[in-house]
Design a protein around this ligand. Structure first.
Ligand code: GLN
Length: 532
C-alpha cells in the first residue's frame, strides 16, 4: 500500500512548490524509500504542449513522449522516480476522459457532475501511477494556489483520498509565505494564517507547513504559526532562500523534515549515504568552484526565467562535473540582428542555441552560429539550434543562398530542414510532433562519441521538422559530420564540424536527461571545451 503526500501552495505562486516536492522525494529516497511524483495542473489544456513559453515556461518531455509541466523536470533531476505521461494530470485530461465516457454511455441514466465524476477521475488518475509502479510514497503536487476556483476539484479529490486512504497513510503539506516587511522590521504570519484558513474552509487541515521566508523563523514565530494554524510547532518547517536549489533537500533535512514524515507515516526508513553524497558531489562543488566560464544562451524567450529551465540546469550540471561556475549570459537573438554578434558575444567562452518555434529571432541565431563557427568558439545547438546550424552552413559554406527550413519559408529553393511525409498529413497540433525517446547510433571518431563513450544512445525529442537527407552528401563533402542518426528511419540526429574545436548540434533535447550528479555527456563536454 503506497502512502501519499499531498502538497498544496498558498499566498502567492512561484514559492517553489515543485522544488519543495522534488526535495521531499530526494529526502525519502535517502531513507531507502521508492517514490513516485505527480503534478496536477488545473488548466484546461490537455497538456502543456500547446502553450507558448510566455504562458507556461518550458515544456518538459518525458521519455514516453508526454509534453508536461516543467516541475516534472525538477522531479527527475532530484529523484530516481521514472516519470511517464501519467505523472502530469491536467483538468483538460480529466474532462476529456469523463466526456469520452459520457459519450460512450458509461454513465447512462446519470447526471455527470464535478462531484463525484470529475473528482473520481482525478483520484483514479493519481492512483494509476502507484498501480503501475512499485511505490512506497507517492508525492502529489497540486498546481496553483489555494483559493483559485480552478484548483477546487483537485483539492476536493485529495480531501476524499485522505479519508479513503485511512489514518496514517497520507500527509498534507502546505507551502506558504512568511514575508519580511522592511518598514516593520518583522516577519509576518498573517498571510499563512489566511492561507491555512482557506484550506480549512474546504475541509483540509495541513499536517506540515513549509514556510518560505528570507529570515530565520524564531521559536516564538513558529509557535504562533502553530497555534493559529493548528499544526504542531515541530511541523512548522522554515524554507529559507538557498544559494542553490540543490541545497534545499539538505536544509529540509536539517529542519528534520524527513524524520517528521517518517514519524507521521510510522515507517522506519533506512539510512543511506545518498544525502551526504549529494552534498559532496553536487552542493559543495556548486558552492566552491575552482574555475568559471561564461556561456551565452541565444534565444527569444530569455527575459523569462523558466523558458529554458532544463537547459540552464544542465549547464550548471556540466559545470559541476568540471568544478566550474557557469555564468549564463542570456542574449536575445533579435538583439543580435540589431547590434551584431561580435558586440554581444565577444565576451563569452561558449554559445548555446536552444529549441524554439517560429521565424522571429531566427536570423539572429544564424548570425550567432556563424560567429561561433568562424571564431572557433565552442558551440552547442539544440533542436532548433541544430536546424539553424544546418541553415547557416548551407547558406555560408555550401553556397545555397536563401537556404531555410520550410517552417520559416515554405517556398525556399533549398529546404535543408523540412517535414517528413508523415508530418505533412498532420492536421491537429496537440501531441503530434516527434515526441519522446528515440534511439540514436553514434559514429566512432566523433566528438560526440568521445563524450558519450558508447555508440547506442537514446534521447528525447520534440519537433516536427528534420534534416533533409537530400542535402546530406553536399554538406558532408563540405566538412559537415553526421555524428548520429536514428537507424530505423535514417534521420540525422547529431551534426558536428570537422575543423572546429567544439561544434555539436543535436535534433533532440539532451537537457531533459541531465542530472546534477550525472551531467549529460554533451553538456559536460561543452563546458570542458569552454574552459580551454
Ligand atoms: N520548430 C522546430 C521544429 O518543430 C524546432 C522545435 C524545437 O526546437 N523544439 O522542428
Amino acid at each position: 500500500m503506497p502512502k501519499y503526500i499531498f502538497i498544496t501552495g498558498g499566498v502567492i505562486s512561484s514559492l517553489g512548490k515543485g522544488i519543495a516536492s522534488a526535495s521531499i522525494g530526494k529526502l525519502l529516497e535517502s531513507r531507502g524509500l521508492t517514490v513516485s511524483v505527480i503534478k496536477c495542473d488545473p488548466y484546461i489544456n490537455v497538456d502543456a504542449g500547446t502553450m507558448n513559453p510566455y504562458q507556461h515556461g518550458e515544456v518538459y518531455v518525458t521519455r514516453d513522449g508526454a509534453e508536461t509541466d516543467l516541475d516534472l523536470g525538477h522531479y527527475e533531476r532530484f529523484t530516481n522516480a521514472e516519470l511517464t505521461k501519467d505523472a502530469n494530470v491536467t483538468t483538460g485530461k480529466i474532462y476529456h476522459a469523463v466526456i469520452t465516457k459520457e459519450r460512450r454511455g458509461d454513465y447512462l441514466g446519470k447526471t455527470v457532475q464535478v462531484i463525484p465524476h470529475i473528482t473520481d477521475e482525478i483520484k483514479t488518475s493519481i492512483r494509476r501511477v502507484t498501480h503501475n509502479r512499485k511505490t512506497d510514497v507517492c508525492i502529489v503536487e497540486i498546481g496553483g494556489t489555494v483559493g483559485d476556483i480552478e484548483s477546487l476539484p483537485f483539492l476536493e479529490a485529495i480531501r476524499q483520498m485522505e479519508l479513503e486512504e485511512g489514518l496514517g497513510n497520507s500527509i498534507n503539506i502546505h507551502l506558504t509565505l512568511v514575508p519580511f516587511i522592511k518598514t516593520a522590521g518583522e516577519l509576518k504570519t498573517k498571510p499563512t494564517q489566511h492561507s491555512v484558513g482557506k484550506l480549512r474552509e474546504i475541509g483540509m487541515q495541513p499536517d506540515i507547513l513549509l514556510c518560505r521566508c528570507e529570515r530565520v523563523l524564531s521559536r516564538q514565530l513558529k509557535e504562533k504559526i502553530a497555534l493559529f494554524c493548528n499544526v504542531h510547532p515541530e511541523a512548522v518547517i522554515p524554507a529559507l532562500d538557498a544559494s542553490t536549489i540543490y541545497e534545499i533537500p539538505l536544509l529540509f533535512s536539517k529542519a528534520k523534515l524527513e524524520k517528521l514524515i517518517l514519524k507521521l507515516f510510522d515507517i522506519k526508513g533506512k539510512t543511506t549515504g545518498f544525502l551526504r553524497q549529494w552534498e559532496a558531489k553536487v552542493v559543495r562543488r556548486i558552492k566552491h568552484p575552482k574555475h568559471s566560464t561564461r556561456i551565452a544562451v541565444v534565444g527569444k524567450y530569455i527575459t523569462l526565467q523558466d523558458a529554458y529551465k532544463s537547459i540552464y540546469e544542465a549547464l550548471i550540471h556540466g559545470g559541476i562535473t568540471h568544478n566550474t561556475k557557469v555564468e549564463i549570459k542570456k542574449v536575445d537573438s533579435e538583439d543580435i540582428q540589431k547590434r551584431g554578434a561580435a558586440q554581444l558575444l565577444g565576451d563569452v567562452s561558449g554559445i548555446l542555441i536552444p529549441g524554439g518555434f517560429g521565424y522571429r529571432g531566427i536570423e539572429g541565431k544564424i548570425q550567432a552560429i556563424q560567429y561561433a563557427r568562424e571564431n572557433n568558439i565552442p558551440f552547442f545547438g539544440i533542436c532548433l539550434g541544430m536546424q539553424t546550424a544546418v541553415i547557416e552552413f548551407a547558406r555560408n559554406i555550401c553556397g545555397l543562398a536563401g537556404a531555410n527550413s520550410s517552417e520559416f519559408d515554405s517556398k525556399t529553393k533549398y529546404p535543408v530542414i523540412s517535414l517528413l511525409s508523415e508530418q505533412k498529413s498532420v492536421k491537429f497540433k496537440g501531441g503530434t510532433m516527434r515526441l519522446g525517446s528515440y534511439d540514436c547510433e553514434l559514429k566512432k571518431n566523433t566528438k560526440t562519441y568521445q563524450a558519450y563513450k558508447k555508440a547506442k544512445i537514446s534521447e528525447r525529442h520534440r519537433h516536427r521538422y528534420e534534416f533533409n537527407n537530400e542535402y546530406r552528401k553536399l554538406m558532408e563533402d563540405n566538412g559537415f559530420v553526421i555524428a548520429g542518426t536514428h537507424p530505423q528511419k535514417n534521420l540525422v540526429e547529431i551534426i558536428e564540424l570537422k575543423d572546429h574545436p567544439f561544434f555539436i548540434a543535436c535534433q533532440f533535447h539532451p537537457e531533459f536527461q541531465s542530472k546534477p550528479d550525472a551531467a549529460h555527456p554533451i553538456f559536460a563536454a561543452f563546458i570542458k571545451a569552454s574552459l580551454k
